[in-house]
Design a protein around this ligand. Structure first.
Ligand code: GLN
Length: 486
């Protein structure tokens, strides 16, 4: 089956060949049929989706222009949809219902999108394989013995398996781009501040971004267009006007300067992924781009810096889950200390999974008074150096082309014994979050193991348009990918 595309479904809708109701029913049927084996969704609200689809059809019939009519959307379950459950893949939010609507979701639904359900993810978006969810792992639709990537694995898998025609993920260190690469779909991490974080449950607030998955670059461009822009509810959303991303699709790469950072091409990179990148670079040159080497000298410190700063922020953000204010509360409190202390301790002990606890402890440690300068302070300084690397590289190139992941999707269970090995999987993605720049992953080829290979394009702050222009060319020249062209 080809990968669904909202843009193609919308074309059929505008020609009168289908309706929003028919599209929603079609994808809900597919979700019902496939989900037991893939575990991509944690909740689906069919009757709400059908009702909404009906009202979108009525609005369209009455002449209202809804740019996203026909979008059947799956939303990562760290993003709030008012009055619906939000679990963050955790037991600790058991029974909790969102008090308000995320701005990104509100804007998409206002433009005609219909949310059908919430997707499985690593607990509080901490993970690279979707094996850290309280609700069990998600499987990769391309090969169910493999992980779909994480932490937005459910959103990538739902799209790849044809259970929706667009989905939302979040990216703090690669959680949109790595699952996109592993599942063979397109995924965009916008610039930090491009899309409001209002209604996104915080993991590491100075890194977290909401972004789209789509079947094609045109799909993610259409979704970004509606979500992007200043939001008074989020003081970190930026007062920068979104570009015309639809126009960027046809810009081409003629005269575009594209850099390949040598630090991303070294040891540990699968030779077939390297070959796919080199071939793509040649094709981009044929299309008129000027491809050259660039250097990002502090890349090797990316993983360490990322895991110090994000765990520090997480330890603070996750302090609010105390068994009193939200969700899960431990019963039968035996042991030492006051009853209130035992309530906190037991609720958190039982409510959080292993990886979340590991990160809370790491973060608490790096922020502790004796170690603050040695770890947190130093990591902040390295973050500046990494950001400066990109600023300097973008003086001589417009876009940077890199592998998205060192390997294709790995076997379920193969890295769970070693957190460090799991963290190393983020090597090509975390630096963009440290610098706050946008990144687009586009499927580029199929590996001899049968799994998708995705390549990453990185751009200047708020220059998603150049990524969309380059990504569209990349998608048109690639060979061997099973995805359709719209
Ligand atoms: N895999 C990374 C981590 O475990 C990235 C997570 C993310 O982007 N949410 O933190």
């Amino acid at each position: 089956m080809s990968i669904p595309s909202f843009v193609s479904d919308r074309l059929r809708l505008t020609r009168g060949e289908t309706s929003c109701q028919r599209l929603v029913s079609f994808y809900l049927d597919r979700q019902r049929g496939a989900d037991d084996s893939l575990n991509a969704f944690v909740s689906v609200d069919e009757s709400r989706a059908i009702d909404r689809a009906r009202s979108v059809d009525v609005s369209v019939a009455s002449g209202e222009v809804l740019p996203l009519a026909g979008m059947v959307l799956a939303v990562k379950d760290v993003i709030c949809t008012k009055d619906g459950p939000v679990t963050c893949g955790s037991r600790i939010l058991e029974g909790f219902k969102s008090l308000y609507e995320a701005t990104a979701v509100r804007r998409l639904e206002k433009a005609g999108a219909v949310v059908i359900g919430k997707t499985n993810c690593d607990e509080f978006a901490m993970g690279s394989s979707n094996e850290n969810s309280f609700f069990g792992p998600v499987r990769n639709p391309v090969d169910p013995s493999r992980v779909p990537g994480g932490s937005s694995g459910g959103s990538a898998a739902a799209l790849r398996a044809g259970m929706c025609n667009a989905s939302l993920g979040t990216d703090t260190g690669g959680s949109i781009r790595q699952p996109a690469a592993f599942c063979g779909v397109t995924g965009l991490k916008p610039t930090y501040g491009r899309v409001s974080r209002y209604g996104l449950v915080a993991y590491a607030s100075s890194f977290d971004c909401i972004g789209p998955f789509g079947g094609t670059v045109a799909d993610v461009a259409a979704t970004l267009q509606v979500m992007a822009g200043l939001d008074p509810h989020d003081s970190t959303s930026a007062p920068v006007e979104p570009a015309d991303y639809g126009a960027a699709l046809d810009r081409g790469v003629s005269g575009m300067r594209i850099g390949i950072p040598q630090e991303f091409m070294g040891e540990g990179l699968d030779p077939e992924i390297r070959a796919a990148l080199e071939k793509t670079a040649e094709q981009l040159e044929t299309e008129g781009a000027d491809v050259k080497d660039v250097s990002l000298p502090h890349t090797e410190y990316g993983i360490a810096t990322y895991y110090i700063l994000t765990t520090a922020e997480a330890s603070s953000n996750l302090a609010r889950y105390d068994g009193v204010r939200y969700g899960y509360r431990a019963e039968a409190l035996e042991g030492d200390g006051s009853r209130l202390e035992r309530l906190y301790t037991e609720s958190r002990t039982q409510g959080f999974g292993t990886e979340v606890k590991r990160r809370i402890m790491l973060g608490t440690y790096v922020l502790s008074s004796g170690y603050y300068d040695a770890y947190y302070g130093k990591a902040q300084r390295v973050r500046s150096l990494i950001r400066r690397d990109f600023d300097e590289a973008f003086e001589s190139v417009d876009v940077i082309l890199t592998p998205a992941t060192p390997s294709t999707a790995f076997e379920i269970g193969s890295k769970t014994h070693d957190p460090l090995e799991m963290y190393l999987n983020d090597i090509y993605t975390v630096t963009a979050n440290l610098a706050g720049i946008p990144g687009l992953v586009v499927p580029a080829a199929v590996h001899s193991d049968g799994l998708p290979i995705g390549l990453q394009l990185l751009g200047r702050h708020f220059d998603e348009a150049s990524l969309i222009a380059t990504g569209r060319v990349l998608e048109s020249v690639r060979s061997g990918v099973t995805s359709h062209q719209e």
